[in-house]
Design a protein around this ligand. Sequence first.
Ligand SMILES: O=C(O)C(=O)C[C@]1(C(=O)O)C=C[C@@H](O)C=C1
Length: 304
Amino acid sequence: MARIAYFGPEGTFTEQAARSLADDGDELIPFETIPLALSAVRKGETDSACVPVENSVEGVVPATLDGLAEQEPLIAGAEALLPVHFSVLTRPGATDIRTVASHPHALAQVRLWVEANLPGAKPVATSSTAAAAVAVQAGDFDAAVTAPVAVQHYPLEVRATEVADVRDARTRFLLVRKPHHPLPEPTGADRTSVVAAAANRTGALAELLTELASRGINLTRLDARPARGNFGEYRFFFDFEGHVAEPRIGDALAALRRRCRNVRFLGSHPRADGVPATSQASAGNEDFVEAADWVAAVRRGEQA
Ligand SMILES: O=C(O)C(=O)C[C@]1(C(=O)O)C=C[C@@H](O)C=C1
């Protein structure tokens, strides 16, 4: 039985994602913020933590990226992808809706709906969608934009369901743990993540990208976040297809490490959408193995 920290309180999208990744009998423990959920794993209070990483409408979740780039390393061993549409909850019978509370990512995904359906209502940011439900229940705000499951946890009235300005929005979540756990086996449909503090000089980022491109590795995400040191210095987060156990991915990681000492491996795990890695002529794993075998043969004086 594992203990899984998640970005809570109860009723967040992240809880749903954690449930989809948990095994029977695992214990799920809510934490009020993403940094608190990550530090529960680092302190050994839980075995893993489930946190949101990117949304198809609003982009990355900065607290997760920064939290994985700093302090002791954590590795993503699994991911979940959830469809995202919202319910709007109020206290039973409420009529005068002046404030609408939710996580900033959620507010950004329902802005047009709020303008059209609750004109004049003021958006207010809360730490999560479920924290907004707690605040509405307490009488702090009038309406909460939440995950559909939130109403099962809080005695509120559902005023609208399936609310979303953009159809088919999705959020991806990671299950992270300490690096000493064995990596999941490669499946052919995997994702590898790294963060690198590229040098502040002409072409430094292009060099890192070229190391991936020249090995036929398809990027699935690239983000920059301030390095939080000198103004203008950035960390680059790369997600790409493939698993570190594969020869070409190992070769690419070694090249990134050669070019940039400040690179951190953030995990290799199966993709939730099951999309297989792109293959490119002469850049398949077998090509890397064959080429390495050939060099070994040359060194032994056995070139065929
Ligand atoms: O507040 C929640 O319910 C969360 O799980 C966080 C979060 C996010 O970080 O994007 C997750 C999915 C939705 O996009 C809105 C909020």
